[in-house]
Design a protein. Structure first.
Length: 334
C-alpha cells in the first residue's frame, strides 16, 4: 500500500441551520439552532481497500458520504482526496472524474426520461472522454461489465428491475474510470438475493480495477462481507474504528457491543441479550461529555463531563476507540 491514503477525513464536521424563521425566534426570544450531523470525524482509506461506516439512522453516515465527494462543504475540518482538499480537487475536471458515488435508491437516482445509453454515457460526455462511435462502444462495454447487454442501452429505467437499475448506476459511476467510489447504502432498497449479486459485482470490480470504497450501511452482515476496516458512528462521531474481523469478534466500545447484540445468530439461541436502553439524544442539543453516556451501562462522572478522544484500545492493537471505560480498563475485556 502507498503511504498516502486515497481519501482522508481530518476532524470533519458539518452542521445544518434548523432555526425557526427570524420573526418566530424574536417572539420566542431564542437564538439560532444548529444540527451537528457530523462532529469531528477522522479516518483514512488506503488504495484498493474498503472502509465501511455503520450506525443507527441519523448518526451522520450519509452526510459523511456527501462530504467525501464534495456535495456538501464541511463546516470544519478537511476532506482530502489524493493529498488535495476536496474543494480544490473538484475544481479540476481531471481530479473530479476520479471520484464517484452510487446512491441508495436506484428508482430515484436515474433520470426516467433518458435512455440507459444516455445515462451511462453522461459522464463520458461531461468530461470529454468519448464521443460518437467511441462513446457508444464504451457504453456497451460498461453495460457488459456490470452484467447487462449493450442492447439494454436503448431501453428506459422503468423497464428494469431494482437490481438491474443498480447495475446501471454502477455502470454510470464507472464510466469516468474513477479511483474512489462512495457507496451510500447501495443494496438497502433491494431484495436479499439481489443484494448478494450486487455485492459480489462490487467486490469483483474492486479486485479488477483496484477501486477504493467508502461503504455506508446499517446492515452488519453486508459490512462484514465487504469491508477491510469498519468505523462505528454514533451521533455524528466515530466511536470505534477497527479491522472488520476484529470488530465483529472482539468489539470494544459499549455501543458497538450493543450493535452486535442485535445481530440474529442461531448459534446463540437462548442466550440472554441486553438491548441498549433509552433513546438517541437530539443532535441539536447533544449531551455533554461522551454522547453515549445516557445509555451506557459503564458511564461514570468522567464520561458525563469529558469528551473521549479516539485512541488505540488497550489490548487490541489496530483498534481505535473513543471510550473512557476502555481507556481505564473498566469494560471487562480480557
Amino acid at each position: 500500500m502507498p503511504d498516502a491514503p486515497v481519501f482522508e477525513a481530518r476532524d470533519l464536521s458539518r452542521g445544518f441551520d434548523v432555526s425557526r424563521p427570524a420573526l418566530q425566534r424574536l417572539i420566542a426570544r431564542e437564538g439560532r439552532r444548529t444540527l451537528r450531523a457530523v462532529d469531528g470525524v477522522s479516518f483514512a482509506i488506503p488504495r484498493g481497500t474498503t472502509l465501511s461506516l455503520v450506525g443507527e439512522s441519523g448518526c451522520g453516515k450519509s452526510t459523511v458520504a456527501r462530504l467525501a465527494v464534495g456535495l456538501y462543504a464541511p463546516s470544519g475540518g478537511r476532506a482530502i482526496f489524493e493529498g488535495a482538499d476536496i474543494a480544490e480537487a473538484r475544481r479540476s475536471a481531471a481530479q473530479r472524474r476520479r471520484m464517484g458515488m452510487i446512491f441508495q435508491d436506484p428508482y430515484a437516482s436515474l433520470n426516467p426520461r433518458w435512455r440507459v445509453a444516455d445515462i451511462v454515457g453522461e459522464p463520458l460526455r461531461a468530461f470529454g472522454l468519448a464521443s460518437g462511435a467511441a462513446l457508444a462502444e464504451r457504453v456497451g462495454g460498461l453495460l457488459r461489465q456490470v452484467g447487462l447487454s449493450p442492447a439494454d442501452g436503448a431501453r428506459f429505467p422503468h423497464e428494469f428491475s431494482g437490481g438491474q437499475r443498480q447495475r446501471i448506476s454502477i455502470a454510470r459511476a464507472l464510466s469516468s474510470r474513477p479511483d474512489f467510489l462512495v457507496l451510500d447504502e447501495p443494496t438497502s432498497a433491494l431484495d436479499v438475493s439481489v443484494q448478494a449479486q450486487i455485492l459480489n459485482l462490487m467486490m469483483a470490480l474492486q479486485r479488477e480495477l483496484g477501486l477504493t470504497y467508502l461503504f455506508i450501511s446499517h446492515n452488519l452482515a453486508v459490512v462484514r462481507q465487504v469491508s477491510d476496516r469498519v468505523g462505528v458512528m454514533y451521533l455524528g462521531r466515530i466511536v470505534e474504528d477497527a479491522p472488520a474481523e476484529t470488530l465483529f469478534t472482539a468489539p470494544r466500545h459499549p455501543y458497538t457491543r450493543a450493535l452486535m447484540e442485535a445481530v440474529p445468530d442461531l448459534d446463540m439461541a437462548g442466550r440472554t441479550r441486553q438491548p441498549v436502553g433509552g433513546e438517541v439524544p437530539s443532535p441539536i442539543d447533544p449531551p455533554p461529555g461522551c454522547t453515549f453516556h445516557p445509555r451506557c451501562p459503564l458511564a461514570n462522572a468522567r464520561c458525563r463531563a469529558e469528551r473521549p478522544a479516539l485512541i488505540v484500545a488497550r489490548g487490541t492493537p489496530g483498534t481505535l476507540v473513543a471510550c473512557h471505560a476502555v481507556e481505564e480498563g473498566r469494560d471487562g475485556a480480557a
